[in-house]
Design a protein around this ligand. Structure first.
Ligand code: FMN
Length: 185
C-alpha cells in the first residue's frame, strides 16, 4: 500500500544554498534558498520570490554567488532565510558573516562558507526563475582533499528536509556513480 499526499515540492535531497548579492549602495546581502539546481553544463537555476531583496539585487547587478550551508553554520544560514534585507540592512553582519568581493562578478563571497559559485545573470524567466552562468567555483583551502579538490568530508554540507522543515547532515559514501550500476549490465 502507498499513501498519497497530493501536490508537494518534496524532493530529496534539497540543497541549502546561500545566495550572496550587493545592493545599489554596495551593501552585501545573503539569503537561504532551497529551490535551486544545476540547469545546464555551466548554468544554475534559482526560484526566488520577486519581492526578496536578493531578487532585486540580482536584477540590478546581474550577478550573484551561490554558497552551500554547512553543519557549523546552520544558525546564520537559517537566519538569512527568515529575515529580509529589505527590513534588516545589516543582516549579513547580524548573521556573523564576513564577505570578500568576487573578482569576477559584482557579488560577495561569504568567507565563512567554504565553497562558492560566482555567477552572472543570463535571464529571468517570468518574474522569479533566475538563470545564471557559473563563471567560477572557488573553495577555501581548508576543505581541499588530498586530490586538491573540494572534499565533501571536510565541507560538511547540509541538506533541507521540506517535509519536516529540518536541516540534515549528509551521510557517508554508499556507492560510486557511473560505476556501481555496471554490475547489472
Ligand atoms: C530553508 C529555507 C529555504 C528557502 N528557500 C527559498 C527559495 O528557494 N526561494 C525563495 O524565494 N525563498 C526561500 N526562502 C525564504 C528566503 O530565504 C527569505 O524570505 C529571506 O528572508 C529573503 O531574504 P532577502 O529579502 O534579504 O533576499 C527559504 C528560507 C528557508 C529558511
Amino acid at each position: 500500500m502507498r499513501k498519497d499526499f497530493g501536490v508537494k515540492t518534496w524532493i530529496y535531497p534539497q540543497p541549502v544554498l546561500i545566495i550572496g548579492t550587493y545592493d545599489e549602495n554596495g551593501k552585501a546581502n545573503a539569503m537561504n534558498a532551497a529551490w535551486g539546481a544545476i540547469y545546464d553544463d555551466d548554468q544554475v537555476v534559482l526560484c526566488l520570490s520577486k519581492d526578496h531583496k536578493t531578487t532585486r539585487n540580482i536584477r540590478l547587478n546581474k550577478a550573484f554567488t551561490v554558497s552551500f550551508a554547512t553543519e557549523s553554520t546552520v544558525v546564520p544560514c537559517d537566519y538569512v532565510g527568515i529575515v529580509s534585507g529589505n527590513k534588516t540592512e545589516d543582516k549579513v553582519e547580524k548573521a556573523g558573516f564576513t564577505v570578500t568581493r568576487s573578482t569576477r562578478v559584482n557579488a560577495p563571497i561569504i568567507n565563512e562558507l567554504p565553497l562558492a559559485m560566482e555567477c552572472e545573470l543570463i535571464r529571468i524567466d517570468g518574474d522569479e526563475h533566475i538563470i545564471g552562468r557559473i563563471v567560477n567555483v572557488s573553495a577555501d583551502e581548508s576543505v581541499l582533499g588530498d586530490d586538491g579538490k573540494p572534499d565533501y568530508n571536510l565541507i560538511h554540507p547540509i541538506t533541507y528536509d521540506p517535509i519536516h522543515f529540518d536541516y540534515v547532515a549528509l551521510g557517508k559514501k554508499v556507492g560510486s556513480a557511473f560505476s556501481d550500476g555496471k554490475k547489472l549490465k
